[in-house]
Design a protein around this ligand. Structure first.
Ligand SMILES: [Zn+2]
Ligand SMILES: [Zn+2]
Length: 524
């Protein structure tokens, strides 16, 4: 909308251990687990109005080819080498146990269900050898530790270049900068990038058939392979290079804070080693954590709001609004049902929805469904339009700097301003005494609503599409231009409006009781 060319890609990480664990538990293949969840994700994205140029997954031939190419290139340049390491092996199951297949008591906080890679209670990263009374999650038996040959990524070789590079990233969020710097200053250790598994990307060398490239090394390559797949699908197979090799391209990685080092250290190190002119990340705007009713989300304990379940009951835009205005950008945040109801009723319905509905239905009724002609503007009208112009600049600027909370706040500031303008001008009174004055106010209000529709489109796409249509305009709202002069000329005096309906439904506070009762309840 701002005129930048954007490629938005992502995908399902199909090789994580939770997938093989689920497959083992249900007695189905990991590929079947992937197929089921990937289809669910695609469906949820669509229902939420979140669109990608490509949302793929990492279980594709293309991804395998790209990963193996990077692996071999790093190996040939000496950035990958082999060494022996001790790994958990279950004699009962006769198999090696990757990190999450081992659980036990955390040596730091005594939590009894700590995993072989991390303790969920104290958050520390662990090695399965550190667990007290470790057990295999498949059979419950104690694991043994056996030597196995694996490939290591020589992260230590990139320590200095990474430290230099992060000095040039003053625009990073403080949480990302701080975590990255402290990680680097602690010294980078080489890490094993393969495991004894049969699910995952094969090692492209003879003699390693029982091993796979581990997920943390290959999943980040998914951003690159997705762009390559997108280009191939578009019929211009070289086109991905514009987004990966042109130095004027900025790449953004939208992630959660538990993934920061993978995107700010490991992936950049891999790109530095691989070379070939690939761009390093421009920004890694990681969010902090979101809790649910002040408790950590847990899918296993059903302490969660399931997207398909939510969308069967409520509209997507109120959820998008709450998650934007309450985004854990700079600190942890909480999702609560009472806040959901409050913000829906007080902000979406009362501030924005009523404004749109009030102006459109009043105009529709009193001006035969047509946009009234404006006569020369007075000072108050001009101030209102200036505010709309400023909001387009401010919201655009905030979005460019990945300050989403600020952006949605600024957009709502314009809606509040428009409400004040209407209250001052009171066209429902002036229509009885000075029809031209009322026409003028409504014309200006419609122009402002046309701007509001644009600044709110990234947050409330379904609402913006409706407003776009009520204003008598055609086509998808995301093809609109983020441009004041264009928007002001678009809703012309004399053009036809469509009969409006309310944008949002006021929610009954009983929703809070009903939804909180369902939390953590296995049967609902
Ligand atoms: Zn712990
Ligand atoms: Zn076992």
């Amino acid at each position: 909308m701002r005129g930048n060319e954007v490629l938005m890609v992502s995908g399902s990480d199909t090789h994580g251990t939770p997938i093989t664990i689920r497959a083992d538990q249900e007695g189905i293949s990991p590929a079947e687990v992937v197929e089921r969840y990937h289809a669910d994700f695609l469906n949820s994205w669509e229902r939420l109005g979140i669109s990608f140029d490509l949302f793929t997954h990492t279980n594709t031939e293309n991804h395998e080819k790209v990963v193996q190419d990077i692996f071999l290139s790093l190996l040939n340049q000496g950035y990958i080498y082999t060494d022996n390491m001790l790994l958990a092996f279950c004699p009962g199951c006769e198999r090696f146990l990757p990190d999450r297949y081992v659980e036990g008591t955390c040596p730091h906080c005594s939590y009894e269900r700590a995993r072989g890679d991390q303790c969920d209670q104290c958050g520390r990263t662990l090695d399965s050898q550190e667990l007290v009374q470790a057990f295999c999650i498949l059979c419950g038996g104690p694991p043994e530790f056996m030597e196995s040959e694996h490939f290591f990524l020589k992260l230590s070789a990139f320590q200095d270049s990474l430290l230099e590079w992060i000095k040039d990233q003053p625009h990073w969020r403080a949480n990302v900068s701080n975590q990255t710097r402290s990680f680097l200053e602690g010294g980078l250790k080489d890490r094993a990038i393969t495991r004894d598994l049969t699910w995952g990307i094969p090692i492209p060398l003879e003699g390693y058939e029982g091993k796979r490239i581990y997920v943390w090394f290959e999943a980040v390559i998914g951003y690159l392979s997705a762009a390559i797949e997108w280009a191939a699908n578009s019929g211009q197979p070289e086109r991905w290079e514009e987004f990966w090799k042109d130095p004027s391209t900025r790449s953004y990685y939208f992630i959660g804070k538990d993934n920061i080092p993978f995107h700010s250290i490991i992936w950049p190190a891999m790109i530095m080693g691989y070379g070939n002119g690939l761009n390093l990340p421009y920004d890694v705007p990681a969010n902090e954590f979101l809790s649910l009713e002040n408790r950590k989300f847990s899918t296993s304990q059903n302490w969660a709001v399931w997207v398909p379940d939510f969308l069967d009951r409520y509209e997507p835009d109120p959820l998008r609004y709450l998650l934007s205005i309450n985004m854990p950008e700079t600190g942890d945040a909480d999702f609560s049902w009472s806040e959901f109801v409050r913000r829906n009723n007080e902000e979406l319905v009362a501030t924005y929805g009523n404004l749109v509905n009030r102006v459109l239905s009043f105009t529709y009724r009193n001006f035969e469904g047509l946009v009234p002609q404006a006569r020369p503007l007075d000072e108050i009208d001009r101030q209102m339009l200036d505010a709309a112009k400023a909001a387009l600049d401010d919201v655009g600027n905030s979005l460019e700097h990945t300050r989403f909370k600020a952006a949605v706040g600024q957009a709502f500031g314009l809606a509040q301003e428009a409400n004040r303008y209407l209250d001052t001008k009171a066209p429902w009174r002036s229509i009885k005494t000075d029809r031209n004055e009322a026409a003028n106010t409504l014309n200006v209000s419609l122009q402002v609503i046309n701007c509001l529709k644009v600044v709110l489109a990234p947050f409330l796409p379904f609402s913006s599409q409706k407003v776009h249509e009520y204003l008598g305009l055609e086509g998808p709202v995301e093809l609109e231009r983020w441009d004041f002069e264009h928007l002001i000329g678009e809703v012309k005096g004399g053009s036809a409006l469509r009969q409006p309906a309310p944008l949002y439904i006021k929610l009954d506070p009983q929703v809070v009781e009903m939804e909180t009762q369902r939390l953590g309840n296995e049967n609902s």
